[in-house]
Design a protein around this ligand. Structure first.
Ligand code: ATP
Length: 298
């Protein structure tokens, strides 16, 4: 039977601001997103046996409708009345529950893959609309690249590319539940807003220093007390020559932006030795490649 291979890339937030909480409980966000070359790999195979089956190298993840990859396939296949079944082989490299939108990116890759595999003919914006029903970050993961995300993350505006740089990403062993981080954030009375407009201006001018100067993530206020390794990892990155270092999303992953590739390599080696980091990656902004949905580092 026909099979399709896809890559699902991680995202980082170069800026993350919370504007407030809406009456429906959702947080009004303003975020500068970027995609990086740390990728999960998916193989989607059409099967004569009906139903969806999912296999993954992360045994602790659910393999049913609680898995976002499964849910994405189910949504499109039910809507289109696809007669065949689907086998999803999900090889995860993106750390789980780490602020890197790994599950959302898997869902986006499945939306694209199922659309191609069964010839459904949905446009990119139709896939993004279906993605919003699965999770707030899924439309962005279909879109990819530098973007401003507003609303609860679903209102997207493409931005100018991040100037050439090297990114080191480190994740502490601890996990940060997004729900818990936002619940604690709600207890804050006020917070300083990062300069998202200044950061977009920096991207427009191709000025990496300005982009980095404007980096800020208000969720660090609550995640750092829960996972102190975040501060330690930021300091280690800066000590290795990073132009800037920050937590991504609700954390606890930390990334450093480096202008000099040698500094980035040194930081990568140094962080791999650091007890505060359980997983470390050396990567770059993501460049989509033909057919596969992008290249990653290995
Ligand atoms: P975000 O940046 O959107 O907050 P995240 O990177 O912090 O997301 P994910 O890795 O997407 O978090 O996983 C969050 C939760 O979603 C996990 O606890 C996991 O059980 C569940 N989940 C469902 N499907 C997947 C998947 N395909 N990959 C990873 N996690 C998944």
């Amino acid at each position: 039977m026909k099979a399709i291979r896809k890559k699902a890339a991680a995202k980082i937030n170069l800026g993350l601001d919370v504007l407030g909480k809406r009456d429906d409980g959702y947080h009004e966000l303003r975020m500068v997103m970027e995609t990086v070359g740390i990728c999960d790999r998916l193989t989607l195979t059409a099967t004569r046996a009906k139903g969806i089956r999912l296999k993954t190298n992360r045994g602790f993840l659910p393999r049913d409708g609680r898995n976002l990859a499964y849910r994405a396939a189910q949504l499109l296949m039910e809507e289109a009345g696809v007669e065949d079944g689907l086998y999803i082989d999900l090889y995860k490299k993106i750390p789980v529950a780490a602020g890197l939108a790994g599950g959302s990116s898997d869902a986006a890759a499945v939306l694209e893959g199922v659309n191609e595999l069964f010839g459904l003919g949905l446009s990119r914006s139709e896939l993004m609309e279906r993605g919003a029903r699965i999770g707030a970050d899924v439309p962005y993961c279909v879109m990819k690249g530098p973007a401003l995300a507003e609303g609860f993350g679903e209102i997207l505006t493409p931005l100018d590319p991040l100037p050439e740089c090297h990114i080191v990403l480190a994740k502490p062993a601890a996990r940060a539940s997004t729900a818990q981080v936002f619940a604690r954030f709600d207890e804050l009375a006020n917070w300083a807003h990062p300069d998202i407009d200044g950061q977009m201006e920096g991207l427009k001018r191709g000025d990496l220093k300005q982009v980095v100067r404007c980096m800020g993530n208000v969720l660090e206020l609550v995640t750092i007390p829960m996972v102190p390794e975040v501060s330690a990892l930021k300091e280690l990155m800066m000590g290795c020559g990073a132009a800037g270092a920050m937590m991504s999303g609700s954390g606890p992953s930390v990334f450093g932006i480096f202008e000099d590739p040698e500094d980035a390599k040194r930081a990568y080696s140094r962080l791999r030795e650091a007890p505060q980091a359980a997983e470390v990656f050396l990567t770059e902004p993501y460049e989509p490649g033909p057919g596969t949905g992008g290249e990653d580092d290995d």
